[in-house]
Design a protein around this ligand. Structure first.
Ligand SMILES: NC(=O)c1ccc[n+]([C@@H]2O[C@H](COP(=O)([O-])OP(=O)(O)OC[C@H]3O[C@@H](n4cnc5c(N)ncnc54)[C@H](OP(=O)(O)O)[C@@H]3O)[C@@H](O)[C@H]2O)c1
Length: 364
């Protein structure tokens, strides 16, 4: 019979977030000895660490042991079989951004394996995958939480779920959902001063590590569109995919197909005038331009792109690379419920994953 005093934890992905999660898991396991949290599997895309008899992997040496491992990761079907045969409940922690791992969630869940993850892919892919995930969870009783898939550790998803579950009527959700876009616009069009040239700000953001290796992966708006897809679905809109609503890309058409991110950055100054015009048009109206996502629940419209905001608006006053998400609801009236703070970073993202794990532990 399955032991209720032990829960097995399997971790796929040990990068920036995965490493921080493991450190938080170690602290959690010490602070809360019951149920015993046993790490039984950990992998990257190239290596894995596990024992066929589910012997616990020591937290303190897991990352080094994984680096030294010569074992290749199991295929996903084998991971499912291995975890489903464990002698106690299992929680899978997916710290990758892999679509393949995300596609396997319905199978993991249907075999009773709960999932916590910051990976957006499962919840912002096809609507069919979304339905399959939650149907599998409902049928098997396994749990699935993904707080850090929007706004990293900020309580965005839990807040929206609480609003909906307690019967409030969410009318609109609006915000800055990307730390990269936040940083870019807060320095390109700041409230004080005139800000830098667009191409220089993009270059600076890349140098500071705020962008993906190819900044076009941030500027195409898809990352924000994925987050909006997740929130819109939680608010009750059956959004088909992150490309099924208008998403404004900030990549000049001419630079969409240049070969590399470096070439893109080299040629971007030729297009600075386009963004300068947008900034000037906002200034003329006493406003600032920001890259936002919004969901109008009543009209079922979702969009991502540039908008102008009064200088007194909370979105205009954002600092650094912070995210801000405003929930307009019937109960909150004209003053929205606002969640604001760091929306990226290993430690805060892992915090969302660890708090999801605590929710699962209290329910299984
Ligand atoms: N970093 C943040 O601030 C932040 C904020 C919010 C959400 N997130 C989300 O958190 C997740 C992790 O982000 P990260 O910054 O930690 O990424 P990362 O540093 O690139 O790490 C990803 C890890 O996943 C592994 N991996 C990738 N595909 C895999 C596969 N198919 N099977 C097994 N392992 C695989 C990688 O292994 P290899 O090294 O061998 O490829 C690596 O260990 C992503 O979904 C991201 O969108 C991150």
């Amino acid at each position: 019979m399955a032991s209720t005093n032990q829960v097995f934890i399997a971790v796929i992905g040990a990068g920036g977030v995965g490493k921080c999660f493991l450190s938080q898991l170690q602290t959690l396991a010490t602070r809360r000895p019951v149920p015993k949290l046993s790490l039984c599997y950990i992998s990257t895309s190239k290596k894995a660490l596990f024992k066929h008899d589910y012997t616990s992997i020591p937290y303190e040496s897991a990352i080094n042991d994984l680096a030294a491992s010569t074992a290749a990761p199991l295929g996903l079907t084998k991971v499912v079989d291995y975890l489903a045969a464990a002698p106690s409940k299992v929680v899978l922690v997916d710290n990758t951004s892999s679509q393949d791992v995300a596609n396997a969630y319905p199978v993991f869940l249907s075999r009773g394996i709960s999932i916590v993850t910051p990976n957006k892919k499962a919840f912002s892919g096809s609507y069919t995958l979304w339905q399959d995930i939650f149907t599998a969870a409902t049928t098997s009783g396994a749990k699935v939480y993904h707080e850090s898939s929007v706004g990293a550790g900020l309580p965005v998803i839990s807040t929206l779920k609480d609003l909906v579950d307690t019967g409030d009527e969410v009318t609109k959700i609006e915000g800055v959902f990307s730390g990269t876009m936040s940083f870019l616009f807060n320095s390109f069009a700041p409230l004080e001063g005139s800000g830098g040239k667009w191409s220089e700000e993009v270059k600076k953001a890349k140098e500071l590590g705020y962008t993906e290796p190819d900044p076009r992966d941030d500027l195409n708006g898809l990352d924000v569109a994925r987050k909006l897809t997740i929130l819109a679905r939680l608010a009750g809109l059956p959004v088909e995919s992150p490309t099924s609503f208008p998403v404004q890309s900030l990549i000049p058409k001419e630079l969409e197909s240049v070969a590399s991110g470096d070439e893109f950055l080299q040629k971007l100054p030729e297009f600075d005038s386009q963004m300068e015009e947008t900034k000037a048009a906002a200034q003329k109206q006493g406003k600032v331009v920001r890259f936002v996502g919004s969901i109008d629940v009543a009209t079922k419209s979702v969009k991502v792109g540039l908008e102008m905001f009064d200088r007194s608006h909370p979105i205009a006053a954002l600092k650094g690379s912070d995210n801000i998400i405003s929930f307009y609801t019937k109960r909150y009236g004209s003053n929205p419920l606002i969640v604001q703070g760091a929306g990226a970073g290993g430690d805060v993202t892992a915090m969302g994953v660890t708090s999801d794990l605590l929710k699962v532990l209290s329910q299984i």
